[in-house]
Design a protein around this ligand. Structure first.
Ligand code: IPE
Ligand code: IPE
Ligand code: MG
Length: 246
């Protein structure tokens, strides 16, 4: 009965929304290449899609949004592109802060901050502090983030804690992961057509619904987002159980 309802419900009514959406924002370089422009113009354009998806999540009352902006492997790119991306992050943190504060967004940065400049680290901390009491969307941006780094970092943090003599449990790991303030993502959207995780939230994606679209990140818009969300609501999430048990 429930399955019947699920497959026949109207496509344009969103009833079941994800609590936590993660996005791999891929395809900026190809977007630019198609237009005979340098890769960095794709990254600049991609920032507009970031603003849009934040406001769509706010409109839909989605509590958590986590965006993958720079992986631990992205340092291997040409230094000109890496430098551009680092200054784009720094500029955005400054320029977007007033709108995040005004819109009641709680900002978090996840990833290894060690290689960042002192000034970038202090700007990040400042924005996190200014928005920590906000009660709207929790926006996490993953910069110099890798799922493998996150897990190893969590184990190291645990080892430094007082309880490190007892048997290590899943809870101990979860408490020390960088997304310890959020539930696991229900839904992953990856733009740009690649069907892989690229070292994003390896632990947290155990039961996440995966969605891949050919749309390049700078072309991501409300229609692509809503199509993805309608697909999410058609999925049957069984978590190991049978259909009949749900
Ligand atoms: C994603 O777009 C942004 C980052 C990884 C920083 P890409 O730059 O990977 O774009 P493509 O995949 O080369 O098109
Ligand atoms: C994944 O994109 C990382 C981000 C979007 C930040 P990549 O373009 O780096 O992924 P691969 O190399 O194609 O797997
Ligand atoms: Mg890419």
């Amino acid at each position: 009965m429930f399955n019947f309802f699920r497959s026949t419900q109207k496509k344009d009514v969103l009833i079941e929304k994800p609590n936590h959406i993660a996005i791999i924002m891929d395809g900026n370089g190809r977007w630019a290449k198609k237009r005979f422009m340098p890769r960095i113009s794709g990254h600049k354009k991609g920032l507009e899609s970031v603003r849009n998806v934040i406001s769509q999540c706010q409109k839909l009352d989605i509590p958590f949004l986590t965006l993958f902006a720079f992986s631990t492997e992205n340092w291997l790119r040409p230094s000109q592109e890496v430098n551009f991306l680092m200054s784009l992050f720094q500029d955005s943190i400054i320029k977007e802060s007033s709108s995040l504060i005004k819109n009641n967004v709680q900002f978090k940065l996840i990833g290894d901050r060690k290689p960042f400049s002192k000034s970038l680290i202090s700007k990040i901390k400042n924005l996190e502090r200014l928005t920590e009491k906000n009660t709207g969307l929790t926006l996490s941006v993953a910069i110099n983030y890798g799922g493998r780094w996150d897990i190893v970092n969590a184990v190291n943090q645990y080892q430094k804690s007082d309880h490190s003599k007892k048997t290590f449990t899943q809870k101990d790991l979860i408490k020390n992961l960088s997304l310890n303030f959020a539930p696991d993502p229900d839904f992953l959207i990856r733009t740009g057509g690649e069907k892989r995780i690229s070292n994003f939230l390896l632990w947290q994606f155990s039961y996440t619904e995966l969605y891949f679209t050919e749309t390049l990140w700078p072309d991501f818009n409300e229609k692509v987002f809503m199509d993805a969300l309608f697909e999410f609501q058609r999925r049957e999430r069984r978590f190991g159980k049978t259909s009949e048990q749900l």
